[in-house]
Design a binder for this molecule. Sequence first.
Ligand code: NAD
Ligand code: DAU
Length: 351
Amino acid sequence: MKDKNVLVTGGAGFIGSHVVRLFVEKYPNYHIFNLDALTYAGNLESLKVIENKANYTFIKGDITDEVFINQLFQDYKFDSIIHLAAESHVDRSIEDPLVFVKTNVIGTMVLLNAFKNTWKDNFENKLFYHISTDEVYGTLGETGLFTEITSYDPNSPYSASKASSDHFVRAYGETYGMPYVITNCSNNYGQNQFPEKLIPLFINNIINNKPLPVYDDGNYTRDWLYVKDHAVAIDLVFHEGKKHETYNIGGFNEWKNIDLVTLLCQQMDQKLERVKGTSGKLITYVKDRPGHDLRYAIDASKINKELGWKPSVTFEEGLNKTIDWYLSNEAWLQSVTSGDYQSYYQKQYRN
Ligand code: NAD
Ligand code: DAU
């Protein structure tokens, strides 16, 4: 009998795979159930190192399937959920918003109901941990930071669906007394990220000498966090976070897109032993993303002061490790960029 049955949803995705690996290895006294539908974004290759561990079980399934999810809760009585499963790419949400509502809103609701119905008579030592994003706060101007009390003001179908799910989690806390925590994190980067997001997309394109499609003039700003530091923060909040609270997580690391891409190009030239300036020539300015948020920046002082968390690597170090990983895992990159990826790419970057 394990101390806890922990359900991680979306554990075959980018951040989820880091969380699953961390928890399976660090907590042999927990049983970690990884529930994932294995959409285009989910990849079990990322979990090879732990797939045979005794305290790990993979379950293929869809969080929007109510009958299946209710049965799963009856079978395993999960004490805690770390809920990461989502449609996560802003550009895809602009093309097809409904799938974001289905997975991010309905899927979260199905999990909330299953969790509530399983434990409603006694929520002691139970936790619904909802992983969210800084995008729910909308956009900042040139100054200021998102804090935990910044009003929600989402601008994309993706962020609107995440905001909606955050509200439902809070509402279940207020209405049913369900213990929850929510964390809102900034842009993650690192190994195992699907190459539709800025950094892995551009690494892959540089490797293949393809254009680097910078939206508009590249003067949009994001706050970047190394994914392993996010996983450590999740571990901390899971164990020590105050129930019914929100924590912002960020890298204290703002970059304008064009400056980030320039740094990436320099590092790639060195790694690939190409003449200085070779990758930079691939930069191509393309039409902007509709509703593009100008700037995100997180004030992570609450998690820092209350739980003692801070990022462990500098951006240069993290980026360096990330590039090394993609260069030595070309088979992974090729496997995820075959098939559907090609048609997505053609459609997204046709102009
Ligand atoms: P991802 O797209 O890499 O992975 C999502 C995972 O969820 C995939 O494995 C996919 O197969 C699974 N999934 C999708 N729909 C499902 C469904 N209906 N049922 C079961 N599984 C399903 O996403 P990510 O970047 O790892 O993000 C994980 C979470 O963190 C998301 O909730 C996202 O909103 C949030 N987040 C991401 C970032 C970031 O920079 N990537 C930053 C802050 C918050
Ligand atoms: O802030 C947290 C969010 O970060 C997460 O909630 C999302 O799941 C995650 O996808 C990410 O959203 P962004 O839209 O910020 O990430 P993306 O990598 O898509 O884009 C980063 C910036 O780079 C953004 O300003 C758009 C720009 N960009 C992106 C792509 C894919 C380009 O200029 N060209 C591109 O081809």
